[in-house]
Write a protein that binds this ligand. Structure first.
Ligand SMILES: [Zn+2]
Length: 496
């Protein structure tokens, strides 16, 4: 009897009847067709094996610039080892996701300012967020958004947010200089890099707030502060980045000496080494099928709320043919894998579509997470799972078959049985949007408090008491992304 009640409760919490019978198709493979947006969610799949790359394999690097990219690729390939170079001119072309396929790193530079930089920067940023390594080099500083020398420049879009170097407001210096202080001689990028001379085309940068300098030019930059030769950054999400303040096509002009090629080789191989992720995808890609989500089914989206009248506490993942988003049951029966090492805490195998597995992952890229793998037929697995271990198969939900993944960083609570939490909240009354939630866990609905019903698939507002003490029954509030994070839910893609 006890077990029966428990299962009833679990089913009630996670599967409102309306969800089961009126779902408009929240799986990634459903919808009206059309191209998948070029988001990190899709790009990520180009690098599923990044952290298990065979070290004897060559690194594949794509060189991008508005000119001299072909020369730089050939010259660097001739003077470095262990790297295959290709090139792409981006003077008027915006790189597409497919252009990045197969490359471990991108080297971006420019020679002369041009007007395509925002779109190029955003495309490279998406690639970086997907795990790709990025090295920036002179003269990208001349189009940086804080460079005033050439009038206001558009900048490099989102790419600027993950760069270790920014412009010193004037950009490249045209006088000669030598390498000065080596700040971190033990870093892999400085291995064998002991000297560098450039007769021009170098310097003019400063560290970004996130950057770490490894070596400096001997003279300061325009601002009178350190002028780094090379700096690095490992963003919270995505691949590594490095920046080198000397032009990578120097070989075409002469006037340099020292360990110039070794510096580029080391930096490209270091960023290509990946982000040291210990997270693996829950679905394995197959020929013509890659794992994807959709804007509709992602963690905390307004589109999902508008359709379902509940807030989505996770991400729906399915296998899709790249470039299409037509309804398909191709994901039904596909194996689901543990995203990190963990401990199985609960398995609910007789709940129909709402069967799920709850797994504690104490370290997914540093995050302590309780994960709920939903809409699956769980395997009978041992308590301990190693990342990539199969944990079950996706239930057949016709054209809407998918795995729902909720990641809860509040590991002491149990979303399979929580009925509601009481929180203080901030409401944007014009849009019925809850923009922040704090002090969850109370029991009485006092003034300024909101009552939420929480499960692994949903967070639903039930009622609130306003500051005058009046009670309002409502399920009509959308809980935005920031408020969902304050509740302890994080997006699957936050782990990368
Ligand atoms: Zn879902």
């Amino acid at each position: 009897m006890k077990k029966f009640i428990h299962l009833l409760l679990a089913v009630f919490v996670v599967c409102p009847v309306s969800y089961a019978f009126t779902s408009p198709g929240n799986g990634a493979d459903s919808g009206t067709g059309g191209a998948i947006p070029a988001t990190k969610n899709v790009l990520w799949h180009y690098f599923p094996d990044k952290d298990v790359k065979n070290p004897t394999q060559n690194t594949n690097v794509l060189v991008m610039s508005n000119q001299y990219e072909d020369f730089a690729a050939q010259d660097l390939e001739a003077n470095t080892s262990g790297i295959n170079f290709a090139s792409l001119n981006v003077s008027s072309y915006v790189p597409q996701p497919a252009d990045f396929s197969g490359y471990d790193a991108v080297l971006l530079f420019e020679d002369g300012i041009f007007n395509n930089t925002i779109d190029v920067g955003n495309a490279i940023y998406n690639y970086q967020q997907g795990g790709g390594g990025v090295v920036l080099a002179t003269f990208v500083d001349q189009d940086w958004s804080n460079n005033t020398k050439y009038g206001p420049r558009p900048g490099w879009g989102n790419l600027e947010s993950v760069s270790p170097l920014i412009s010193d407001t004037q950009g490249c210096e045209y006088n000669a200089d030598n390498m000065g202080t080596i700040l971190d001689p033990g870093h892999p990028i400085m291995n064998g890099v002991n000297s560098l001379y450039a007769d021009s085309y170098r310097g003019g940068t400063q560290l970004s707030p996130d950057g770490t300098a490894l070596a400096l030019w001997s003279t300061p930059n325009f601002l009178g502060t350190n002028d780094p030769i090379v700096a690095i950054y490992t963003p919270v999400t995505g691949g590594r980045t490095a920046a080198i303040s000397v032009m990578p096509h120097y070989g075409n002009f002469g006037g340099f000496s020292g360990d110039y090629y070794r510096l580029f080789q080391n930096a490209l191989q270091w960023v290509a080494g990946g982000n040291d992720s210990n997270v693996v995808p829950p679905l394995h890609q197959e020929s013509n099928l890659i794992m994807t989500s959709s804007d509709y089914s992602n963690f905390s989206t307004l589109a999902y709320y508008n359709a379902m009248k509940i807030n989505h506490s996770g991400v729906d993942l399915a296998l899709s043919r790249y470039g299409t988003r037509t309804a398909s049951k191709v994901s039904a029966g596909k194996e689901v894998h543990a995203i990190c090492d963990g401990t199985v805490e609960f398995t609910h195998s007789d709940g129909g579509l709402y069967s799920f597995m709850k797994v504690h992952h104490p370290d997914c890229n540093g995050q302590d997470i309780m994960a709920y793998y939903g809409h699956i037929s769980p395997y009978e697995v041992s308590t301990e799972v190693i990342k990539d271990d199969p944990v079950g198969t996706i239930k057949d939900w016709a054209n809407n078959s998918h795995v729902h993944l909720t990641l809860d960083t509040k590991t002491n609570r149990d979303l399979k049985s929580i009925k509601y939490e009481i929180c203080s909240f901030t409401l944007d009354a014009a849009t019925n949007t809850v923009t922040s939630l704090t002090n969850c866990g109370g029991t009485s609905l006092t003034r300024g408090k909101i009552k939420l019903k929480i499960g692994w698939g949903q967070v639903k507002t039930l009622a609130y008491r306003d500051n005058q003490g009046h009670l309002h029954n409502t399920s009509n509030f959308y809980i935005n992304e920031n408020a969902m994070r304050q509740l302890g839910f994080i997006d699957f893609f936050d782990l990368y």
